[in-house]
Structures are given as structure tokens and as C-alpha cells.
Design a protein around this ligand. Structure first.
Ligand code: FMN
Length: 200
């Protein structure tokens, strides 16, 4: 066993160490729309659900060359976004949409994905995604000492592919095949799901 003080590391190495320690991470594939109508799609693995009622989630978005990434800019402009879940089969397209493209670039078109209408908000969801969640931003938190802004959002509507919702009300993870992010360029898929009962 040995110790590493992350403050002794160059920032990039500290980041790389952290994202290889906190694994596996779910991936929010976030679609949003600009004031000018330009579509945007990008993955974020600083992502999780943080409360069940009302269902609330967070994503954490860093800066690019000192400027807000397109996702943050759009969500700050209109408060709306979609979190699409990434199944194994969509991995290559997800990775393609992580490129540092100009604001005007439509990553749906770039990755050959279908923008599908939402019920309650303007940004489209990824038509190919097994699960998509329409969200409204409730809070933006500039995280102290970092270049990250956490966007909190409430889930307003779920879109779930036929056959994925089990009779007990859970989404069938074995059928959804979600992709998880690890360190560097590594990803993981699910082993067959098993249950552990909690103490009564
Ligand atoms: C799997 C994956 C997860 C990522 N997670 C994050 C993240 O949590 N926060 C972040 O700022 N960037 C993250 N990135 C990088 C962004 O996707 C990338 O900067 C993207 O170009 C941002 O797009 P935008 O400017 O259209 O919002 C991730 C990239 C990948 C491939």
C-alpha cells in the first residue's frame, strides 16, 4: 500500500488518477439546443441521480479553453436538456460526440443519430437511446476551487424503449446494456445482474 497526495500531481495526472479510481461511472449523453436552434450532444460521466422525489440528477461540466462547453451554455440559456442513456451498441457514436467541435456543429448529424421530439421541452432526445429523460435545470453550482459547474435538473418525462420496463416497475438493466466509463479511454459493460437483499 502507498499514498498519493493529489495536490503533488500535475492537474492532468490528478484528474486521470481520480477518474480511474471512481469507477464505474454512468454516462449522461446530454442533448441540448442553442438560442439559434443549433443542436448539441455530448457525454458526461460526472453524472448521477441525487434524489428520488422529485427525481433529480446532476451533471458536472468543465470549461474548455476557459469558456463554458456548449452543453452548459445551452442549458444556462434555456434551462432544458435531455439525459440519454448509452447502451453498448451506441458506444462508438457516443465517443464521436465527445469531440471538441465548434458551437454550430450538430453532433446528431455528425454521428448519424436521429433527433426525436420530446413531450415537454425543446431539445430533441436521441431516438436510438433505450432510455431518455427530459430535464429542467433547477440549479447551477460553480464548484469552489474548480473549473466545474454542476447542473442540477429535475426529470420531467422518461422515454423508454418497448420491452425494457419490467412488470415490477424497474428498467431491465440486462436488456438495456448500459455502458460505463472507467479511467482513460476505458469502458465497461454489465455482467449478468444479481440481487443482494438488505437487512430488514
Ligand atoms: C465518456 C465521456 C465522459 C465525459 N465526461 C465529462 C464530464 O463529466 N464533464 C466534462 O466537462 N466533460 C466530460 N467529457 C468531455 C466532453 O464530452 C467534451 O468536452 C465535449 O466536447 C463537450 O461537448 P460540448 O461542448 O458540446 O458540451 C466526457 C467525455 C467522454 C467521452
Amino acid at each position: 500500500m502507498f499514498s498519493i497526495n493529489p495536490f503533488d500531481l500535475p492537474p492532468r495526472d490528478a484528474y486521470r488518477l481520480m477518474i480511474s479510481a471512481i469507477v464505474p461511472r454512468p454516462i449522461a449523453w446530454v442533448s441540448s439546443i442553442g438560442k439559434n436552434g443549433s443542436l448539441n450532444l455530448a457525454p458526461f460521466s460526472f453524472f448521477n441521480g441525487i434524489g428520488g422525489n422529485p427525481p433529480t440528477l446532476m451533471i458536472s461540466v468543465g470549461l474548455r479553453k476557459g469558456q463554458p462547453k456548449d452543453t452548459l451554455r445551452n442549458v444556462q440559456e434555456n434551462g432544458e436538456f435531455v439525459v440519454n442513456m448509452v447502451s453498448e451498441a451506441l458506444g462508438p457514436q457516443m465517443s464521436l460526440t465527445a469531440g471538441e467541435y465548434d458551437y454550430e456543429v450538430d453532433e446528431f448529424a455528425l454521428a448519424g443519430l436521429t433527433p426525436a421530439s420530446c413531450d415537454l421541452i425543446k431539445p430533441p432526445r436521441v431516438g436510438e437511446a433505450a432510455v431518455a429523460m427530459e430535464c429542467r435545470a433547477t440549479q447551477f453550482v460553480q464548484v469552489t476551487g474548480t473549473t466545474y459547474t454542476v447542473i442540477f435538473g429535475q426529470i420531467l418525462c422518461y422515454h423508454i424503449k418497448d420491452g425494457l420496463l419490467r412488470p415490477d416497475g424497474l428498467i431491465d438493466a440486462d436488456a438495456m446494456r448500459p455502458l460505463a466509463r472507467l479511467g482513460g479511454d476505458q469502458y465497461a459493460t454489465l455482467q449478468p445482474v444479481f440481487e443482494l437483499k438488505r437487512p430488514a
